[in-house]
Design a protein around this ligand. Structure first.
Ligand SMILES: [Zn+2]
Length: 391
């Protein structure tokens, strides 16, 4: 089609520019490449007639152009030239129209011819039974739905987001016929003398050992002799004040924390509960706590919050892991004074009675241990327990 259009247009162009030889050659070419004999003949006839018509017009114009030699003739010549130009424009216009028409005819013919094949393909496609593919899709969909029901799938990101959004819960007031539980944790334990005094208390307490260091090399060895123990983990404080060796820092990487906890497990193989020594900076840093709880959870170690800061994020992080949050309710010996310590013991008992349980933290000061030993009467309404009884 394109070739036919271009050929016809080219012949017309050559006629106008008086290049007869090329026009004749192209005219002969025009009849060579068409597949359809009828079109070939028609196009050849149209082109030939068109060529002859243009040739006559141009010959007539040439004859008129050669005649004038005088002034009058030159005036006539100008008129003839104008006429020739007009004729040339008409020829150009006609040739464009012819080319356009030939293009339309050829396009129509070939598209009609080509469309026969895809129609056959469409017909074949219709013959394929559509029910087969639909049943396959239904079966696949059923399988997917069945598998989802079996897994009871909920995206983990939604669960975490909901837990983060829940505000911290206050402790529930419990009324029970059973004795309320009070866990006394003695922090910073690291010497043989302290252990001896604790053994002489005559009451059940939780001993929380600091990791061994140059100044307290025996803490891990002493722990091995105890039926149960906790580890008192030094953690970064808000304001630096004689930082302990083995202190965990907020900038420690996940790998560093993992390595340190593994070291701690080698030193204290039966450790099940850890509470923090200092740690106001670390426990108020959610990201740091998340790294620590992640590792502790893998090692089946539970964290008990000493609550060295009111901005602690331990509860939030532990709830995100689905872990029970236990925290210190009261310090017994902020003042090393027997009356003060006894007052605090009474408070601890009241908290335990109100909530069913309480955690009191104290230190192995001589006065503290002596007061505990002398105040057994104060504990008559509570059951002194190890922390694992609180879970
Ligand atoms: Zn401590």
């Amino acid at each position: 089609m394109v070739f036919a259009s271009l050929s016809a247009w080219y012949i017309a162009h050559n006629c106008v520019t008086k290049r007869k030889e090329h026009a004749i050659i192209l005219k002969s070419h025009l009849s060579l490449d068409y597949k359809q004999a009828e079109i070939k003949k028609k196009l050849a006839i149209v082109a030939q007639n068109f060529y002859l018509l243009i040739k006559d017009i141009l010959m007539a114009a040439k004859r008129k152009k050669t005649k004038p030699k005088t002034k009058k003739r030159s005036q006539n010549n100008q008129k003839i030239e104008k006429t020739n130009k007009l004729l040339a424009y008409i020829v150009w216009g006609l040739s464009t129209v012819v080319v356009f028409l030939l293009g339309i005819i050829a396009t129509y013919y070939f598209t009609q011819h080509e469309e026969k094949t895809p129609q056959k393909i469409l017909h074949i496609q219709k013959e394929v039974p559509p029910k087969q593919s639909t049943t396959k899709i239904r079966e696949e969909l059923k399988n997917v739905l069945d598998s989802q029901q079996k897994n009871n799938y909920i995206t983990p990101s939604h669960e975490i987001d909901e837990k983060v959004a829940i505000p911290p819960q206050k402790r529930v007031v419990k009324r029970t016929v059973k004795k309320p539980k009070l866990a006394i944790i003695i922090d910073d334990v690291c010497t043989k003398t302290q252990i001896r005094r604790i053994h002489n208390l005559g009451i059940l307490v939780n001993i929380s050992f600091l990791p061994p260091s140059k100044t307290r090399p025996n803490s891990a060895k002493l722990a091995k002799k105890e039926p149960a123990y906790m580890v008192h983990l030094p953690m970064e404080a808000m304001h630096f004040n004689k930082e302990e060796p083995f202190t965990f820092h907020v900038h420690d990487s996940q790998n560093v924390i993992k390595k340190r906890i593994h070291e701690l497990k080698e030193l204290f193989p039966r450790v099940k509960y850890i509470n923090n020594h200092t740690g106001s900076k670390f426990t108020s840093n959610e990201r740091a706590m998340n790294k620590l709880i992640y590792v502790l959870n893998k090692e089946h170690i539970l964290f008990i919050d000493s609550r060295t800061t009111s901005r602690t994020k331990v509860k939030k992080v532990m709830q995100n892991y689905g872990l029970k949050y236990l925290a210190r309710d009261i310090f017994l010996d902020n003042k090393q004074d027997k009356a003060y310590i006894q007052k605090q013991i009474k408070k601890a008992v009241r908290i335990a009675k109100k909530h069913g349980s309480a955690i009191a933290i104290c230190h192995p000061h001589k006065i503290t241990l002596q007061t505990l030993k002398d105040s057994k009467e104060l504990f008559k309404d509570v059951e002194l327990v190890l922390v694992d009884k609180l879970y």
